[in-house]
Design a binder for this molecule. Structure first.
Ligand SMILES: Nc1ncnc2c1ncn2[C@@H]1O[C@H](COP(=O)(O)OP(=O)(O)OP(=O)(O)O)[C@@H](O)[C@H]1O
Length: 496
């Protein structure tokens, strides 16, 4: 057993018992049977109550000493013990504090809460599940409710980051993406983007929270996410720069073009507006409407002309045909040059894009028609959609999932496997990793007057002709886009 840092007799539940804190951070005592708490994993914090010390812990599963409310698969528990003298109490407090402080946990957090995300319960989640745990962990926090679109981006862009050890989004993925974009548009972006970012699932699309928690086999629940943030472990996250002309969007989750609607979860990421509106006439069916419409859409599958080019990761060089990088593709004079309106957004400051010599890379290309083209940075696109089972947070690559022409039943079969990630095993699905990527979206192959929609991180990035709300302004146009990846540019609070 590790050496004792502190050992003394204390009173637990009215019984005098030996208690020991060992240098590996395990607190042991006996009270009938031997009990223990691992400070790093299970202890949120502690408080002095008169002659007693109350240790606030959170454990997996049930049972225990004296329970607070259950938080999903995690259960709040307190251990209350009474040292036999004031000196002993002071020493216990000192040793516990020293150990907890050595863990590098955040002490001050800035929180965004989006009251309008998802089922509009983020404020309740904050009050019921986030606030109590942060208070137990003695973390000081400042809360900002978002009151309009891009509010989180604006705040992240000017926040005094020296006051915080991290930024936490109690929201869906949308607010987290806004924060990343806000940080990268700062003058001090290279320091700002190192700020650890946390996400507590409270939106419709909780792909990042699901990806983080699922990677360690934990459920995508608010309490698990908060605990990961409190523990303060971090991991790096690749950031993709989507570039068209001089317009940029920094993506941390995914880009989707093509198939719109097969599952409501997919619909959310691709063309939610489209399916909602186009399925309106089936409203009498209730919630089955979206699935029914999705089925109809499989029977009348849309194919899009176009072309994708990419720099494959090592081991994926067999996909596509060799091509060279065309430099006029996404810059001045390009087919993707932004409108006058978009030029206003051109920035001279902030992060630009990854420093890669694209022309000297080995590009390959695949021509359409396509049913769908997805690019994913993390495995889960939403809580039910494991779009890219092999995606890694910071491998420096994006996972490319392409579906070209395939029998309708195969498309249906592929889509029903999205929950497990088994769709990538279908012979009709190409699944590879890429370092850089260009998309040249075209019209539908059967109706050239109609184009598609390009979506990134849950927001519509570009709407083509003939799509729902095609007159609405989007950040980019339905033209060529270039995507490059910066390995491990951002930092996330992670469960391990
Ligand atoms: N007060 C507000 N009113 C309207 N929109 C808002 C408000 N605050 C934030 N938003 C916008 O809500 C969007 C979605 O936010 P969030 O990340 O919480 O959820 P999501 O899962 O991505 O999407 P969904 O809205 O489908 O739940 C963001 O793009 C953000 O700009």
């Amino acid at each position: 057993m590790d050496q004792a840092v502190m050992s003394d007799r204390v009173i637990v539940n009215g019984t005098v018992t030996p208690m020991t804190l060992t240098e590996d951070g395990v607190l042991r005592w006996s009270g009938g049977s031997q009990r223990s708490l691992t400070l790093e994993k299970e202890v949120l914090g502690f408080v002095v109550e008169g002659s007693r010390i109350r240790i606030r812990a959170i454990l997996e599963g049930g049972g225990g000493i004296c329970c607070g409310g259950s938080t999903g698969s995690l259960v709040r528990k307190d251990l209350v013990f009474e040292p036999l003298s004031e000196d002993s109490q002071r020493l216990w407090c000192q040793k516990l504090r020293e150990y907890i402080d050595s863990l590098g946990r955040p002490k001050r957090l800035f929180l965004f809460v989006n009251p309008f995300g998802g089922k509009k319960i983020a404020s309740k989640i904050f009050l019921d599940e986030v606030k109590p745990l942060l208070e137990d962990a003695d973390i000081h926090f400042t809360v900002q409710e978002t009151d309009h679109q891009l509010h989180a981006k604006e705040v992240a862009n000017r926040l005094d980051l020296s006051k915080y050890d991290g930024i936490v989004c109690v929201s869906g993925d949308g607010i987290l993406v806004e924060v990343v974009n806000g940080l990268l548009e700062r003058e001090d972006w290279s320091a700002a983007i190192k700020t650890p970012l946390g996400v507590v699932p409270a939106g419709t699309g909780n792909g990042m929270a699901k990806s983080l928690l699922d990677s360690v086999g934990e459920p995508c629940k608010a309490s698990n996410a908060v605990l990961a943030i409190i523990r303060g472990h971090k991991c790096l996250l690749d950031v993709a720069t989507i570039l068209q002309g001089e317009t940029r969007f920094y993506s941390i989750l995914m880009l989707a073009w093509g198939i719109e609607t097969i599952q409501p979860t997919i619909a959310r990421f691709c063309l939610v507006a489209d399916i909602d509106i186009e399925s309106e006439k089936y409203r009498w069916m209730g919630s089955a409407r979206l699935d029914f419409y999705a089925l109809l859409r499989i029977l009348d599958l849309r194919h899009y002309n176009g072309r994708v080019s990419f720099v494959p990761a090592p081991g994926y060089e067999d996909y596509g045909e060799p091509t060279s990088y065309s430099s006029n593709s996404v810059g001045e004079q390009s087919i993707g040059y932004p409108s006058q309106e978009q030029k206003i957004q051109v920035r001279q400051h902030g992060y630009q894009r990854p420093d890669v010599d694209l022309e000297n890379l080995a590009w390959r290309t695949i021509n359409g028609p396509f049913i769908s083209v997805w690019l994913h940075n993390v495995p889960w696109g939403g809580e039910d959609t494991m779009a890219a089972p092999d995606a890694k947070f910071s491998d420096g690559y994006l996972d490319l999932i392409i579906m070209k022409d395939s029998p309708r039943f195969s498309v249906l079969a592929v889509m029903t496997k999205l929950n497990s990630g088994d769709h990538v095993k279908s012979p009709y699905v190409m699944y590879l990793k890429v370092k850089a990527f260009t998309l040249e979206p075209g019209p539908r192959s059967k109706d050239r007057t109609k184009e598609g929609i390009i979506d990134s991180d849950g927001e519509v990035l570009a709407r083509g002709k003939g799509t729902y709300r095609c007159d609405q302004k989007t950040l980019m146009t339905y033209n060529k886009l270039q995507i490059t990846v910066d390995q491990g540019l951002a930092t996330l609070f992670s469960p391990v």
